[in-house]
Design a binder for this molecule. Structure first.
Ligand code: 5GP
Ligand code: MN
Length: 338
């Protein structure tokens, strides 16, 4: 954020405002962590604020401080609409385009309010009064930490704020191992621990709460994995039938895509997950090194994200999607054999 943006934000937040904070659809740890970190910070400043999620989010995030106050636009529609009507300021966190908010998109597009975007995804759209976008950042949570620092609020970071921000940085960096993890990220995380984040407990809350059915589903995913050595690629498919058989709950497939990358030499991993209710195949892409899955997802699967982690979708059947993917892959042979 430049000085002008900081001055603008300070001036906005010095007035009595009604604030809505919005994560992307199917929010992950970074989206929920950044929204709740900011929520707690704004509330502690005496401002009125509410987090409105486009839809539900995984159970393994539901312990996060303040998560019990999150409104769900799908389930608590009229309450959300009212909060949005009244809102004078709207923070949009961890996404780069209003289309990432699903059904909320039309409401937000028509809404007159001061929008403030905080995000680390590539190619941000231009809808906000203040756009704090930095694609080099590990996570939106690290950016919310910076945002609080810009506003001179570091010493008001409570245990609740520290816990939320720590969680999002941890989940978005694959526990501090992805390329975007900088020495600064580690300094921020160290400070969050000093301010009350219980790192071991947070890790356990997120990663050690598997259900037997989720681990069995992981088993199915791993045995479905197809390895394509000529492209240094691996992909997994999960059909709706397989999900149903294993009592699938939102979030159960989180992290499955990364197993492909643990194979020696594999630099491109993909998971295709059927969602019959939405009539789509949800796709996650991951890479190691210079192969940009953001470009791949944007160009072929109506998606986007970061260089090494992106998502997309397909509206044809699983079989047709895989055929399409295999055809597209042929044109990337040299890029995938650097
Ligand atoms: P995931 O594969 O975990 O759903 O998402 C990986 C990254 O890509 C996340 O940063 C997520 O926000 C982003 N992403 C996921 N799906 C989409 C999509 O459909 N469009 C765009 N632009 N980004 C996505
Ligand atoms: Mn993120």
């Amino acid at each position: 954020m430049n000085l002008e943006d900081i001055t603008t934000v300070k001036s906005i937040l010095s007035q009595p405002q009604k604030i809505a904070i919005i994560p992307h659809k199917n929010p992950d740890g970074d989206a929920i962590g950044s929204c709740l970190g900011l929520l707690n910070f704004l509330k502690d400043k005496g401002l009125q604020a509410t987090v409105i999620s486009p839809n539900d989010y995984p159970k393994f995030l539901k312990w996060m401080p303040g998560s019990d106050t999150i409104l769900n636009f799908e389930k608590e529609n009229s309450q959300c609409k009212k909060a949005l009507e009244e809102a004078t300021v709207i923070f949009t966190l961890d996404f780069n385009d209003l289309s990432r908010t699903g059904q909320l998109e039309t409401v937000l597009k028509e809404k007159k309010a001061d929008f403030i975007m905080i995000d680390h995804h590539q190619q941000p759209s231009n809808y906000a009064k203040v756009t704090y976008s930095d694609v080099s950042m590990s996570s939106t949570c690290e950016m919310v930490y910076n945002f609080i620092e810009y506003l001179g609020g570091i010493d008001s970071i409570t245990k609740a704020i520290a816990t939320n921000l720590y969680t999002g940085i941890m989940t978005d960096t694959g526990s501090f191992k992805y390329r975007s993890t900088s020495s600064r990220t580690h300094r921020v995380v160290a400070d969050l621990i000093d301010r009350g984040a219980e790192n071991m407990e947070i890790h356990q809350n997120i990663y050690d709460t598997n259900s037997p059915s989720r681990l069995h589903l992981l088993g199915v995913a791993l045995s479905n994995m197809v390895i394509l050595p000529e492209y240094n690629a691996a992909y997994i498919t999960l059909t709706q039938e397989e999900l149903d058989k294993h009592d699938f709950k939102k979030g159960d497939t989180e992290g499955f895509v990364n197993y492909g990358l643990t194979l020696e030499g594999i630099i491109f991993a993909v998971i295709f997950i059927e969602n019959k209710e939405e009539g789509i195949i949800k796709i996650s892409f991951r890479s190691i090194g210079d192969f940009s899955v953001n470009e791949f997802a944007r160009n072929h699967f109506n998606g986007g994200g970061h260089d090494n982690a992106a998502g997309g979708r397909s509206e044809i059947s699983m079989e047709e999607t895989i055929n399409q993917f295999n055809t597209i892959l042929k044109t990337y042979k040299s890029q995938l054999n650097p």
